[in-house]
Design a protein around this ligand. Structure first.
Ligand code: SF4
Ligand code: SF4
Length: 64
């Protein structure tokens, strides 16, 4: 299991970036709702980021 960000729901607060134990989330600075990206190859699917994300549905789990 990995996670990805739904940019329609993400508010770019950066909490996922702060808490990810694998440093799998990177800063991108592309546009207001697309400031962070999940590096899928580093994501273990631990779910830590989902526990902190304040925007319901912004972090989406998917099978990889
Ligand atoms: S599921 Fe875990 S490893 Fe993957 S981005 Fe979230 S905190 Fe990082
Ligand atoms: S914690 Fe949630 S709302 Fe905040 S940047 Fe990450 S995905 Fe977006």
């Amino acid at each position: 299991m990995r996670v990805r960000i739904d940019y329609g729901l993400c508010n770019s607060c950066g909490l996922c970036y702060e808490v990810c134990p694998e440093s799998a989330i990177t800063q991108k600075y592309l546009e207001p709702r697309h400031l962070y990206e999940v590096r899928t190859a580093r994501c273990t699917g631990c779910g830590e980021c989902m526990d902190y994300c304040p925007a319901p549905g912004a972090l989406v789990q998917f099978e990889s």
